[in-house]
Design a protein around this ligand. Structure first.
Ligand code: PLP
Length: 364
């Protein structure tokens, strides 16, 4: 007896974990600099950790008021109704909820290439089909309405990632609006702002209130440093609010995750320090690495090193873990997450030595 035919489903390829690499190489995890998963190098907000400790002895109860409180807090932050805030296990959870709420079997979604793998995965889980729009490496992967609309053929959901993963490029709000204007009434434009805090552009969330065909994704995994807890949210048009109760997995956002997120929202110093470090580090990487880079508004930089797998493996032997972008369809690129100032300096030095040894270094 077998599961259904899953041959169309490709497994998610995450950045490699520190413990995993340390075990493979027989080295101490503390000797590794892990810049492969866009995690927060400052760790979580201490207030979030404290909230988890405080609540730990109550986890025999289902999360109820914590979920309500977090939803209300986010609604207030973004000036939308609580019904418009879909709290979920990571932003990935909201992608699933949108797939469940939007897709009939065979409906299509339009996703960026290169791009975040989970949009397509989720659509396929929900018996949807996937088509892609191309971001042009020759144009620094620039994101505009034209690139999307050229490929658009009436898909039910169009995904835009801004700042984009893995390129770091942003899509101006006017372009998002142009896409929403040009697409069918039944097409939802989903703007994934997982890295929104790091960017110096406005969120698309006000558009969600002005119109009924744009939704926005946000997460606590990146700037807030809570990736291990799995907590994020979608902000949806008013008419979609009611669907949440019908599609969400009951209690999927845990008690500890909701409480930690509430505390993290109040710790503005932690977020601003995280953003400041990322902005410094992405400039530093772009200036110092011996490879062409793409201008990034996120907490990572895409670098064209020539041989992604070769460089990733060789850098890992020297204690620096970066993301091989082959799985994104970019076999010449690595994505380097921003670390602390110290980690970033050390990582760039190691990467430049690696590039020189492989005969790949290109001084910009
Ligand atoms: C990290 C990331 C997410 C969300 O991750 P979660 O941990 O599930 O919140 C969503 N979209 C993109 C583009 C990301 O890089």
């Amino acid at each position: 007896m077998q599961p259904r035919d899953l041959s169309d489903h490709s497994p998610y390829v995450p950045g490699r974990g520190v413990e995993e690499v340390a075990r493979d190489r027989g080295i101490d995890p503390d000797d590794l600099i892990k810049l492969s998963s866009n995690e927060n190098p400052h760790g979580p907000s201490p207030a979030a950790v404290e909230a988890i400790r405080e609540r730990a002895d109550r986890i025999h109860q289902y999360p109820k008021s914590s979920h309500t409180d977090l939803t209300a807090k986010l609604a207030e932050k973004w000036d939308v109704t609580p019904e418009q805030v879909w709290v979920s296990p990571g932003a990935d959870g909201s992608i699933d909820y949108l797939s469940r709420a939007a897709l009939d079997p065979g409906d299509e979604v339009l996703v960026p290439s290169p791009g975040f793998a989970y949009y397509a995965m989720s659509a396929r889980y929900h018996h949807g089909a996937v088509s892609e729009y191309e971001l042009d490496p020759g144009d620094d992967f620039a994101q505009d309405a034209e690139a999307v609309l050229t490929a658009y053929a009436g898909e039910r959901i169009v995904y835009v990632t801004s700042p984009h993963n893995p390129t770091g490029s942003t899509m101006p709000l006017a372009e998002v609006e142009a896409i929403a204007d040009a697409t069918a009434e039944e097409t939802l434009v989903v703007v994934d702002e997982a890295y929104g805090e790091f960017a110096e552009i406005d969120s698309a969330i006000p558009l969600v209130d002005e119109r009924d065909d744009v939704a926005v994704l946000r997460t606590f995994s990146k700037a807030y440093g809570l990736a291990g807890l799995r907590i994020g949210y979608g902000v949806v048009p008013e008419a979609w609010g009611e669907a949440y109760a019908r599609v969400n997995t009951p209690f999927a956002a845990s008690e500890l995750a909701c409480r930690a997120a509430i505390a993290a929202l109040d710790d503005e110093d932690h977020v601003s320090q995280s953003v400041e470090t990322a902005r410094w580090a992405r400039e530093y990487i772009a200036d110092e690495i011996d490879a062409p880079t793409v201008e990034s508004a996120g907490n990572f930089v895409l670098a064209e090193v020539g041989d992604a797998t070769g460089v990733t493996d060789a850098a890992q032997d020297r204690g620096v873990i970066v993301r091989d972008c082959t799985s994104f369809g970019l076999p010449n690129h690595v994505r380097i997450s921003t670390g602390t100032r110290e980690e970033t300096r050390e990582a760039v030095e190691t990467l430049n030595e690696t590039l020189a040894d492989l005969g790949l270094g290109v001084r910009a």
